[in-house]
Design a protein around this ligand. Structure first.
Ligand SMILES: Cc1ncc(COP(=O)(O)O)c(C=O)c1O
Length: 376
């Protein structure tokens, strides 16, 4: 071809024609670069993985069919029957479900610990563990985890630290810069940013991800070419979107904080947030993320009224879309916990979580005002 396209080509082909048995064997054994069968790898997956690696400043990474597929790739690629994992007690619900209900079937056990309680994490390592799994920013109360401290503890016990960075994205935090060995992203969220693909990424600051790659291929976690192609386009604007969403989130946090109709606002950018100083060390360019939570007096009833009145903010329990969306943890992500357990995490029935988008901030302020007016 005399010229090359600027937009990346899409390669939907499942299988590739080989010149000879020697070439086929070499490609399948990964002794030569190229493709044979798309579950083993394809150009769009490799291109997406390379872009994610660049964002995270890691050598190697794998694009997977969802954030959960990336997590499963990590766990199945690093752990064996008899191994033990230490995990944050503030993880995404399906991650906890995987650790509590699926991994034990394979003989892999885990202990849950408050990742903000350094002594508790140290104590959990007393019985040995292969790894420690945390999230950079917790859902929905947005506690920020001290990654450097946890890396030190994990490495002191010859264990790895894996960090699910989905709520931050690499435009807010790069966990490997703070000692993490593995990073996970649900690309589905802010990284792709358009709510139109389900994808995940696992990357490593380690010698080789070959065992993870084998696990991903064998268990069938490979991402689809079209999804990778779309996400490549989405990630192209990641930094711009995150910059704008973080600025909007700060304005919204300050606006809600100053509003007497709101009980409590949790946003790491507010000086009174318990992890505000840590964020200044751990996050890039004075950014504090695009997620925030606030609690309305009046519990479930008030949350329902707000959701009905804030017509311009979709109640859609995901995050990272172009536009602001809203979630109600008590009826969605945390519905399986008892009310007592939820309160233990600071989640009231009147707690709402916002994923702040990149629309003009006045539009978000107006939409929230509609919701608050609806409380009357
Ligand atoms: C923090 C976090 N990690 C992982 C996941 C799973 O990602 P996916 O839905 O792409 O499988 C989610 C999904 O909401 C999440 O919020």
């Amino acid at each position: 071809m005399p010229t090359t396209p600027i937009a990346p080509p899409l390669y939907p082909s499942v299988v590739y024609r080989c010149d000879s048995p020697t070439q086929a064997a070499g490609l399948l054994n990964r002794e030569a670069a190229g493709y044979v069968y798309s579950r083993d790898g394809h150009p769009n997956g490799d291109q997406l993985a390379a872009i994610c690696c660049q964002h995270h400043a890691v050598q190697e990474g794998i694009a997977c069919g969802s954030g959960m597929a990336a997590l499963s790739t990590l766990l199945l690629g690093t752990l064996s029957s008899g191994d033990h994992l230490i995990a944050s007690n503030l993880l995404y619900g399906q991650t906890t479900n995987l650790l509590r209900n699926e991994l034990p079937k394979l003989g892999i056990t885990s202990t849950e610990v408050d990742p903000c309680d350094i002594q508790a994490v140290e104590a959990a390592f007393a019985n040995g563990a292969k790894g420690l799994l945390v999230e950079t920013i917790s859902n929905p109360m947005l506690r920020v985890i001290d990654l450097a401290k946890l890396a030190e503890i994990a490495h002191g016990s010859d264990a790895w630290l894996a960090v699910d960075n989905t709520f931050a994205s690499p435009s807010v935090c790069r966990p490997v810069e703070h000692g993490a060995d593995f990073i996970l992203e649900s690309i589905t969220k802010m990284m792709n940013g358009h709510s139109d693909v389900l994808l995940g990424f696992v990357g490593g600051n380690v010698d080789s991800l070959e065992r993870l790659r084998k696990a991903s291929i064998t268990w069938g976690f490979t991402a689809a070419p079209f999804d990778c192609w779309l996400a490549t386009r989405g990630i192209g604007t990641l930094d711009l979107r995150v910059e704008r969403a973080c600025a909007n989130a700060m304005t919204i946090a300050q606006t809600l904080q100053a509003d007497g109709r709101v009980n409590e606002v949790s946003y790491p950018g507010l000086p009174q947030h318990p992890d505000h100083e840590l964020c200044r060390r751990q996050f890039h360019m004075g950014r504090f993320g695009h997620m925030l939570s606030f609690t309305l007096p009046g519990g479930w009833d008030a949350a329902s009224k707000f959701i009905a009145a804030a017509r311009c903010i979709p109640f859609s329990p995901s995050l990272g879309d172009l536009e602001t969306t809203l979630s109600h943890p008590a009826s969605t992500s945390h519905r399986k916990l008892s009310q007592e357990e939820r309160l233990g995490y600071g989640i009231d029935d009147g707690t709402l979580r916002l994923s702040i988008g990149i629309e003009p901030v006045e539009r978000i302020v107006d939409a929230l005002e509609e919701g608050l007016t609806g409380l009357r």
